[in-house]
Every structure is written in structure tokens, then in C-alpha cells.
Design a protein around this ligand. Structure first.
Ligand SMILES: [Cu+2]
Length: 340
């Protein structure tokens, strides 16, 4: 939500704390309280249905990834806005299904890493601490000097600072760039980096979807796939959205080993803002092909309540975990405590 830039630091703090509470069991009540707090401070009329936010065990929590944006700590230096982010790489284990656990590298205790967000022209300062056992780095997509390109390995126990301007606006990403890069990305060291345009986009319910794969037997083929970290999770825990409200998806394909996948939405068409780098949609479709590291903004509105799947149309990939669904609800649904 671009309007979140109008929130002051305390309000942003509240938002983060509430998300944290929601993740650790406050559930519906936490989520409802969160949006009650957010609403009065924003001019936006965006509303978000309540959702169960109980966290699965481990670093993968697809619900947390959906609507959680890290705006960093805002500072002013010589009249410039600095957004300072802290990213810590570590190791953890996630449970891909009841039988399969998988060792990953996480960033700030999550996979995918935090969705970093800034406004075009902000100065970005990323404090990177590597506690993940191997050498790693953070390579940001965007425009920056060579020495900030993040290809130099940072040893275990070491830290570094990446600093550059948030240019240009769009949906970008960051990831580890230590060889073998396929392995370092596939094991979790990636995240989305959104640079908002100078003129904010229209209010919308903004949702992050990151497609990834898991090669659990090291044969350079993925056995499992996921939206936001866990196979099948968003299929069993639908993403609740409001009927007749603009939905803005930020979608990233970071599936290694498969050259490209599509993203398909059921029973609707979406406007495509390729790489999020324009204010005007380029096309309308219901399936879009995305190579590795491609990412787009996709906008749509649902006019009928009910459940609607989204998935790559490489159906084997969908069947192995890259599956989710929206649950379109109406404002008078009694399960929505956010209603006034
Ligand atoms: Cu790495």
C-alpha cells in the first residue's frame, strides 16, 4: 500500500508487532485489530478480510508473506530519506509435507526473505549479517554501482553493508549470488524488492506471491513447488479477498531448474504491469509466462463470491505444490470482524 508511507514510525511499529502477534496465534483477532489501526491513518479505503494467521512451524509461513512489507527504518541524512534494512542469513528446517523436511537458508527467519519496500529515489542501506554457515551475498536487481552489486561472497560470521539508490520503480528482487547460484537461491536466499513509483498506484488490496521449487534429492530437478514457501499451503488455506475490490498481485517466479512457468488465474482476467515498471497495463490475460526471476504486477477484481484457484499451467508443477486459491467474500459475511 503506497499510503503506508504516510504512517509514522510508531504506527509502522504497531503494524509489524501486530503481524507478529497474528503469526504467533492472535489469529483473527490480531488481524482484525491490525486493520482497525491501519484504517484511520490511511486515506485508502482498502479493506482486508480477516484470515486465520496461525503460523506453521518453521521459517515458512505463506500467510505472513502475503501482505507483509518491510519499509525499513527511515532516517534523514543531509535532507535525503534513507531506508535502513537489516537482513540476517541463517539456517533452518522446513516441513514440506508430513514426511519430508528440508534444510534451508533463511533471511530474518523466513523463506522467502522479507519483501523490502521503498519509494523511488530513497537511499537504501542494507545491513547484511551472514550466520548461515557458508559464504553468501545479497545481489539486488536495480541500478547501482558495481561495488554494490552483491556478487562478493561474505563469509560465515561476517557482515557487510549494501547502499544504493532505489531506482527505477518496479517490482524487483534480491538473492544470494554465490556459486552455485542455483543451489543458493533454491535453498531460500531470495526475496522481493518493491520500489514504488513517485505517483502512488491506486488503492488496492496488495498481495505478494512468490513461486519457488525444492530439489530435495539434489538431482537438479524440483520435487516440490510452492507459493510463499510451502507446497499446497495456500490451496488448503485460501487467500481471502473482498468481492468488487481491486486486487494487486506482486508475483515473482524464482523457481530454479525449470526454464519458465506460467501463472494462471481461474474465472477472471488480469491487467499486466510488466516488471511493475509502468503505470499503464500492457495487456489483459488469464495466463502469463514468467522465466526465472521474472516478476510482474497483476491487477483484477472478482465480482462473484466463491473460491478460485491460481497456479502455473504446467500442471505437474501445480500438482506438486504450486497451488493456491482465492476465497472471494462479501462485506456482509459474518466471518469478517473488520466490517464497520
Ligand atoms: Cu548463498
Amino acid at each position: 500500500m503506497p499510503n503506508n508511507f504516510t504512517l509514522n514510525k510508531d504506527q509502522l511499529w504497531s503494524r509489524r508487532q501486530l503481524l507478529k502477534l497474528g503469526m504467533t496465534g492472535a489469529g483473527v483477532a490480531g488481524a482484525a485489530a491490525l486493520w482497525q489501526i491501519l484504517k484511520p491513518q490511511t486515506k485508502s479505503i482498502v479493506r482486508v478480510p480477516s484470515m486465520e494467521m496461525e503460523a506453521p512451524q518453521g521459517a515458512a509461513n505463506p500467510m505472513q508473506v502475503l501482505r507483509n512489507f518491510d519499509y525499513g527504518t527511515v532516517k534523514k541524512e543531509n535532507g535525503r530519506t534513507i531506508r535502513e534494512f537489516q537482513l540476517v542469513a541463517d539456517t533452518s528446517v522446513i516441513q514440506l509435507n508430513s514426511a519430508v523436511s528440508y534444510n534451508i537458508w533463511d533471511l530474518n527467519g523466513r523463506i522467502p526473505g522479507p519483501t523490502l519496500r521503498a519509494q523511488q529515489g530513497d537511499r537504501i542501506r542494507v545491513l547484511f549479517l551472514n550466520k548461515a554457515g557458508h559464504s553468501h551475498s545479497l545481489h539486488f536487481h536495480g541500478v547501482h554501482p558495481s561495488e554494490m552489486d552483491g556478487i562478493r561472497p561474505i563469509g560465515n560470521g561476517k557482515a557487510t553493508i549494501y547502499e544504493f539508490d532505489a531506482e527505477p520503480y518496479g517490482v524487483h528482487l534480491y538473492h544470494c549470488h554465490v556459486e552455485p547460484v542455483t543451489r543458493h537461491i533454491a535453498k531460500g536466499l531470495y526475496g522481493m524488492f518493491i520500489v514504488d513509483p513517485p505517483t502512488p498506484r491506486p488503492p488496492a488490496d496488495e498481495i505478494v506471491l512468490v513461486m519457488a521449487g525444492y530439489d530435495v534429492n539434489d538431482d537438479s530437478h524440483n520435487e516440490y513447488y510452492a507459493f510463499n514457501g510451502l507446497p499446497h499451503y495456500l490451496m488448503h488455506h485460501p487467500v481471502r479477498i473482498y468481492k468488487d475490490q481491486l486486487i494487486r498481485l506482486y508475483v515473482l517466479n524464482i523457481i530454479e531448474y525449470d526454464p519458465a512457468v506460467t501463472f494462471h488465474l481461474h474465472a477472471n482476467f488480469f491487467d499486466v504491469y510488466r516488471y511493475g515498471m509502468s503505470m499503464k497495463g500492457s495487456e489483459k490475460t488469464d495466463v502469463i509466462t514468467m522465466g526465472i526471476a521474472e516478476r510482474h504486477i497483476l491487477e483484477f477484481v472478482f465480482h462473484y463470491p466463491g473460491k478460485y484457484m491460481f497456479h502455473p499451467h504446467q500442471d505437474a508443477i501445480a500438482e506438486n505444490g504450486c497451488m493456491g486459491q482465492f476465497e472471494v467474500v462479501t462485506e456482509n459475511d459474518p466471518k469478517n470482524p473488520t466490517k464497520n
